[in-house]
Design a protein around this ligand. Sequence first.
Ligand SMILES: [Ca+2]
Length: 387
Amino acid sequence: SSLGLVRHLWLLTLVTALQNCLNKQQLLAAIRQMQQFLKGQETRFAEGVRVMKNRLITLQNSVTKAAPDPQSVSCPALDAPMDGRRFGTKYFVDHEIHFTCEPGFQLTGSSTRVCQANGSWTGEAPRCKVISKCLSNPCQNGGTCVDGVNQYKCTCPQGWTGENCQYQSQTDVNECEVYKLEGAPRLCMHACVNVPGSYRCSCPSGYKLLGDGKSCEDIDECGLSQHNCSRGMTCINTGGGFQCVSAECPRPSGNASYVKTSPFQCERNPCPMDSRLCHHAPKSISFHYLPLPSNLITPTPLFRMATASAPGRPGPDSLRFGIIGGNNRGHFVMQRSDRQTGELILVQSLKGPQTIEVEVDMSEYLDRTFQAKHVSKITVFVSPYEF
Ligand SMILES: [Ca+2]
């Protein structure tokens, strides 16, 4: 080694100096030579150390810069976009995650993202956007498109109709007005409602629209038990409503008194033989309830009254009919329709809503002698409508 060589040279010089009894000058020269030799050795040594240091730094740099261990790096977790799905669950370097959207949605951003060595994902976060059906401008003729999920709706300007406003609506054809004219067929039984391009009929309350779309039919509240008549009252169905009625027999008067023989019939109790007044009081009183529409065409028969003599007994040989009471008597006449029957006839049309009572009687005669009188009390419920 160089140190061994130095030591060797040093010894050699010393021995030579001693042997040759070198003078001071010669010895100093030898020492200088040794010093220069050592200095050279020192320089070379330092150079070797420097090279070694540099090599170590280079190695260190190259190790630092080298690719990191792939298994030790991962990217942050990724979620599926709203209304979409995610495929792939590994978040290590070089792994891929794929994204799709539900039907009706469109993916924006990256459908595939790769985990990079630096721990971040490539691309952008995916989003699922509703596919706009309005983008293709489906609404024609100036219609406005409104987007919905998987569908759209056109709001058409006036004069246009149809899903895409493609049809010209029949502007200014108001069927209700057209058919109101004299002589035109009646469109609706009650009210006509004009709607764009068409019309519909409506019925007043208490009526229902029939399947033909134009006729109104009264709702039978009594039959359907939709009434609120208290116990002891009888429900009478009327056009557009119902009435709760209760037939009351007359109070006893003189010797005449009555007993109810059915909900709508009163019979007079037997009279004392000598009571003429009692014999002339009605032998029977019956109650009748007639629902009628408004504005009936007149004359029209409303009610018939006939004798009802007991079988086997001789009946009356003549009858006399008359109107004996009630309001609005001018609306009715009572006339004989055959030998046995009298008819109450409406001669002036009635306009509802109103309730009219009329009382008719039938007197029986035998050999021109008064036998008995029967009274019918008729209550007419006139509907507000002509149906
Ligand atoms: Ca009714």
